[in-house]
Write a protein that binds this ligand. Structure first.
Ligand SMILES: *Cc1c(COP(=O)(O)O)cnc(C)c1O
Length: 445
């Protein structure tokens, strides 16, 4: 037996148990999600798709349906049902006509959509990475930026909201084939109707929302669903607020046809164009152990408790944002409407984001240094830090603990600024550990 990796798993379990996770893209999965990822479904090859009939029904009807599948290997009787459950539940959760549950990650999901709809050289209008957009939305270091022509719209530094006038102007000027709304550091709720209206005026323009960060809030009913506001496609990760295994998911509206036949290149056929783009366009065999765990996570997200969880994420974020503001932290956009908080650390305490991140690591609070809009500092040592409440809300922390976290952050910032003794970090490390142990990980209870 490999003792080294075993020991590392034990050490990582202890690290997670004894600290508090404030990185907004992380979460803690349930025992069943964790176990399902480690199941024998990992042994199976299943290129292709299950059949797509009868997915409108409930779980029992989905299990009972016996259509011809679109697989290239035998032995699919269990894999087909598990993938159909994942698809059916994802459709129910997001009110979508179709779901592709095979993307290995959020980046893969985005690339598959680009590949489904675009030709090399086509234009995509997406959010500026420096203003909260994601690498996969056209950063020059990505593969997609070599293939497609990305144009960026920004946010208004005063309000922190999308500059909709700029977006509209750029759409008219560049006639993009995709308008993309999505972000990893944006604290407002987008006006999807307004963007959809702009998109409808551009011929052949696909409206795409990358909701990797807020999918759990959408599933929990505390954030609007872009598919109900005129968007054709929504991509997401399954491991952030959605609290499932690491992976990607593509939801779409339109006609669901056989993935074995190439359909006409129309917006109506986008579900099938995407299926063909995921496999064989951009991926090989699907990860059925992960797809099984996605099915479990979607089951959990369909339960009434998940709505409560989503509401608590947003409530905790508001309480934490207010407590931070009271302690002299300057927040981008003045606060938050979702689970994300972005702090301008230079303006708050004269400390850069990396230094603050490292100091917080020493007391057991994990977050990440992050650029702020129009940052003049290097990306590795940016002006800000980004944090969020999905993971700590899963562990059951509430208002009292949010204020406690803000207190620790203030004291740590003061240590960084040379206004407090460094020995205080040791004391705080013990306090964080004590509090964290009162709220065990869901998988370790
Ligand atoms: C996290 C994220 C992704 C990428 O997901 P990976 O699974 O890490 O590839 C894509 N888009 C947005 C907006 C994200 O926040």
């Amino acid at each position: 037996m490999d003792r080294k990796v075993f020991d590392l798993i034990v050490a990582e379990t202890n690290r997670q148990n004894q600290g508090l996770e404030l990185i907004p893209s992380e979460n803690y999965v349930s025992r069943q999600v964790l176990d399902t990822m480690g199941s024998v479904f990992t042994n199976k090859y299943s290129e292709g798709y299950p059949n797509f009939d009868g997915l409108d029904g409930d779980d029992d009807e989905i299990v009972a349906s016996t259509g011809e599948d679109y697989r290239y290997y035998g032995g699919q009787q269990n894999v087909n049902v598990v993938e159909r459950l994942a698809i059916g539940r994802a459709r129910r959760l997001f009110h979508a006509d179709h779901a592709n549950v095979q993307p290995h990650s959020g980046a893969q999901a985005n690339n598959a959509v680009y590949n489904a709809w675009l030709q090399p050289g086509d234009t995509v209008l997406g959010m500026n990475l420096g203003h909260g957009g994601h690498l996969t939305h056209g950063s020059p270091v990505t593969q997609s930026a070599k293939i497609y022509n990305f144009i960026a719209y920004g946010t208004n530094p005063e309000t922190g909201d999308i500059d909709y006038d700029e977006l509209e102007r750029l759409a008219r000027e560049h006639q993009p084939k995709i308008i993309l709304v999505g972000y990893s550091a944006f604290m407002k709720v987008p006006d999807f109707d307004r963007v959809a209206k702009v998109g409808r005026e551009v011929p052949g323009c696909l409206l795409m929302a990358d909701m990797a960060h807020v999918a759990g809030l959408i599933a929990g009913g505390v954030h609007p669903n872009p598919l109900e506001h005129g968007f054709h496609v929504m991509t997401t990760t399954t491991h952030k607020t959605l609290r499932g295994p690491r992976g990607g998911l593509i939801l779409s509206m339109g006609h669901v046809g056989s993935p074995l036949r190439k359909p006409e290149h129309t917006l109506e056929n986008i579900p099938t164009l995407i299926d063909r783009s995921v496999f064989p366009g951009t991926q090989g065999g699907p990860l059925e152990h992960i797809i099984a765990a996605k099915a479990v996570a979607f089951y959990e997200a369909l339960q009434p408790e998940f709505r409560e969880y989503a509401a608590n994420i947003v409530h905790n974020a508001k309480v934490l944002a207010d407590a931070l503001k009271e302690r002299g932290f300057k927040l981008i956009g003045g606060g938050t409407e979702n689970h994300l908080i972005l702090i301008n650390m230079i303006e708050s305490y004269g400390v850069d984001g990396k230094k603050f991140e490292r100091a917080l690591d020493r007391i057991g609070l994990t977050l990440n240094a992050n650029s702020i809009p129009n940052d003049t500092r290097k990306p590795f040592e940016p002006s800000g830090v980004r944090l969020g409440t999905p993971a700590i809300t899963t562990r059951g922390l509430g208002e009292t603990e949010m204020v406690q976290i803000a207190d620790w952050m203030q004291k740590t910032a003061e240590v960084c600024a040379g206004k407090r003794d460094e020995a205080e970090l040791e004391k705080m490390r013990e306090e964080v550990r004590k509090l964290a142990l009162r709220f065990p990980l869901p998988s370790e209870k």
